[in-house]
Ligand binder design. Sequence first.
Ligand code: SAM
Length: 316
Amino acid sequence: MKKSAAHPRIDKSKSPDFAALVDNLRKSYTAPPETGLYIVPTPIGNAEDITLRALKTLDSVDIIACEDTRHTGNLLSRYGINTRRLTYHDHSGARARRKLLDLLVGGASVALVSDAGTPLISDPGYKLVFEALEENVPVVPLPGPSAPTTALMFSGLPPDKYFFGGFLPSGSANRRRALNELTTLSVTIILLESPRKLGPTLGDLHTALGDRETALARELTKLHEHIERAGLAQLAERYQSNSENPRGEFVIVIGPPTAGQLESLQRTQLEEVSEPLRQALEHMNTKSAVQYIASSTGLSKRVLYKRALELKQIKE
Ligand code: SAM
């Protein structure tokens, strides 16, 4: 198993004075920002990973909408920023969202941040952005740090086409469906996982996808940043064993299947699904039966349709 070189040690006594930096930056803006919802990424570990534009926006907007006012307060105090903060989660409901939208429609400038990384990417914000756009509120996205793309850059796996699947669902039916959907993809797959569930998830991924080339990115941009590149089989075995006690934050990056792997996966899945599909064809027309099996298994409609025609021919 190949591991990355150790991350260079950070000497905190030599880290920049962020508050002085923001103080200096303040001299460059006199007018408040225009009304709008600013989506502002924040560091995923290394406090230096924040853009000048992000600092300027956080410092000068009327309100910062954040997941946790205390967590974001700690981040802001490092930069000497005192902007008013409000709690916002997509699930905090329509009332909290309405309050922010009313402020925006009334001409306020609002920055949306999450605890770390890019808002909306497996974090709150989608509903707020959707409704802001519906109400013609200007939305301004700022580019910045995000764990999935940082892991992809580090993975050594093909970055030309990729699928970001966030966290796999935990309920067994939804999880099986999500895993089946992954098997239909022939691109690099990026997933997030907590340390507690890493072993079982790697095991499920190995069962569903076979032994694919995988990179496990841990503690990105932090002191113990590293990457392990190995087959899914080896990683699943290692992290499912009792001796391994994973700590920190992880991103799983799985390389695309080889042509042979893809073909054998499809063959196995079709064998498994043939009987339920045959039964569905007894009660429904081909289109509905394919639709029904595709929605309950996540398998490709094109492949199921081909199998349905074969089954009908056998019957005739
Ligand atoms: N919106 C965030 C982003 O853009 O990075 C992702 C938020 S999601 C709730 C948090 C998950 O991202 C963690 O459980 C972990 O899987 C991954 N993550 C966040 N920071 C990380 C880091 N420094 N190193 C590795 N993974 C990280």
